[in-house]
Every structure is written in structure tokens, then in C-alpha cells.
Design a protein around this ligand. Structure first.
Ligand code: ADP
Ligand code: MG
Length: 249
């Protein structure tokens, strides 16, 4: 039944730029409730595939499914409305508002739209308490009254994910979350991802392989636009094809 459907699946997904096959016939699944990473050397097609999944870029061919439903024809905002939400590498925060106000706006937006299972639990509580709970989860409660623009780089990245989570996504897409983070911030971020509720499936694209292998239960590898392997971290590390791709051989 529907419960068995993967949270996300791509089937034969391609994106060509002229004669360049940036993403070529990629097929893999992201199981519901897992933390799944997408990796690959520079130019592998990660950002392009991510944009195809989010709906920011139309596919040349293939299908994207969310919980079994074909969403290939839907634009990004319609996919977001269905629970497929991404954070942006470039901040989408309101920098003049406080950290709390940023999260609260997302919580309010959610209560104005459709309900999700995770939302149903918090529905009976006040919205402010809900926002503060999310801030606490991200270790930002003591920074609640600070302007988002006054936060450190690492705190801001955490707040971006907190805001995305406040919309109660079923699938959270994280685009290079550790980019520009200090090792301490990356470590804190890793703990936050590990503490996310299982109702949220996470797909992250990340260069920092320590973070990838610190959080991911499943890993998909792209190389020159093609899907090499999807497996658990041990399988992926042991793959000769993956080792060759990373050595540039
Ligand atoms: P990654 O994120 O893994 O480094 P990208 O998805 O950014 O890889 O790029 C994959 C390939 O597609 C690269 O060769 C890149 O130059 C090319 N590419 C990406 N976006 C465009 C575009 N808008 N126009 C033309 N080529 C592109
Ligand atoms: Mg990229």
C-alpha cells in the first residue's frame, strides 16, 4: 500500500544542457524516514539532480515521485506544498526579524495550510511554544530574540533548517548545509540532523564526507551525470567504482 512507497523516487531522470548530459538516466529511491546523502565529485551532476527533485529545473526525461505520486509536472512551490521542502544555499531568512519571528512565521504559514502528521501533534499547543520548541531543538533558544542578521554563520545555517522544519516537511532537502561552516558548527549541525524526527525524510547534498558518513544511513553516488550506486555507507565506501570516481581514474 501507500505506506510502502518510498518518500522520494526518481526514475530514468535526465537533464541535458545542449550536448552535455549533466544528469543521465538516474534511478534511485529514498526510503521514508531515512537520512540519505547524495555525493559525487565536482561536476557529477549533484546540484542539477537536486534542482530536478525540488522542481527548480525541468527534466529532459524521467519521473520524480513523492510518496508514490508523480510530481514531475509540478512547479517547486506545488512540490513544497506537498511536503518536499528545501533549504537554500543563499539565505532566505528575514534578516531584520528575530530568530523567533523567522520560525514563528513558518509555523504560522503551516497552520494556515494543510496539516501533516507531525503537525497534528503540536496543533493543540500555542504557536509561540511550537516555535520555541523548534528553536530549542536547534540550540537557538537563547538566541531567540537576536536579529537573524546578528547570528553567526553557523547559527544562521541552523536557523534556515529550523525555518524549513517549521513548515513540517515530509521530505527535507538540504543543499550543502555545511558549506562555510566551522568544524564546531558542522559537528553541532550533525547532531541536529541526527535528532530530527523520523517523520521527516532527509536528502542532503554535501561535500563534507565526514558529515555525510556521520549522518547518512543511505548514500547515492553520482559520477559524470550517472548514478553509480545507492547503498549503506559501508557498501558505498567499499565500492571500487566509487573509489575510482573519487580518485579521478
Ligand atoms: P555538481 O553539483 O555535482 O558539481 P552540477 O550539477 O553543478 O554538478 O553540474 C553538472 C554538469 O552540468 C557540469 O558539467 C556543469 O558544468 C553542467 N551544468 C550545470 N548547470 C548548467 C547550466 N545551467 N548550463 C550548462 N551546463 C550546466
Ligand atoms: Mg554542486
Amino acid at each position: 500500500g501507500a505506506a510502502a512507497a518510498p518518500a522520494l523516487s526518481v526514475e530514468g531522470l535526465s537533464r541535458h544542457f545542449g550536448s552535455l548530459k549533466a544528469v543521465e538516466d538516474v534511478t534511485f529511491e529514498v526510503r521514508a524516514g531515512t537520512r540519505h546523502a547524495l555525493i559525487g565529485p565536482n561536476g557529477a551532476g549533484k546540484s542539477t539532480l537536486f534542482a530536478l527533485i525540488a522542481g527548480a529545473l525541468p527534466a529532459t526525461a524521467g519521473t520524480v515521485r513523492l510518496h508514490g505520486d508523480d510530481v514531475t509536472a509540478l512547479p517547486e512551490h506545488a512540490r513544497a506544498h506537498r511536503g518536499l521542502v528545501r533549504t537554500f544555499q543563499h539565505s532566505s531568512l528575514f534578516l531584520s526579524a528575530t530568530a523567533r519571528e523567522n520560525v514563528l512565521m513558518a509555523v504560522q504559514r503551516r497552520h494556515g495550510v494543510q496539516a501533516r502528521p507531525w503537525g497534528a501533534v503540536t496543533r493543540r499547543r500555542g504557536l509561540l511554544e511550537e516555535a520555541d520548541e523548534i528553536l530549542r531543538q536547534f540550540h537557538l533558544l537563547d538566541r531567540a530574540s537576536a536579529g537573524a542578521g546578528a547570528l553567526s554563520h553557523g547559527e544562521r545555517r541552523q536557523l534556515e533548517v529550523a525555518v524549513a522544519l517549521a513548515t513540517s516537511p515530509s521530505v527535507l532537502l538540504l543543499d550543502e548545509p555545511a558549506a562555510g561552516m566551522s568544524p564546531a558548527d558542522t559537528q553541532a549541525f550533525q547532531e541536529v540532523v541526527l535528532a530530527l524526527p523520523r517523520e521527516v525524510t532527509v536528502l542532503l547534498v554535501e561535500h563534507d564526507l565526514d558529515l555525510v558518513f556521520g549522518v547518512a544511513e543511505r548514500v547515492s553516488v553520482l559520477h559524470l551525470g550517472e548514478h553509480l550506486i545507492t547503498g549503506d555507507p559501508a557498501e558505498v565506501r567499499a565500492s571500487e567504482a566509487v573509489q575510482r570516481a573519487y580518485l579521478g581514474a
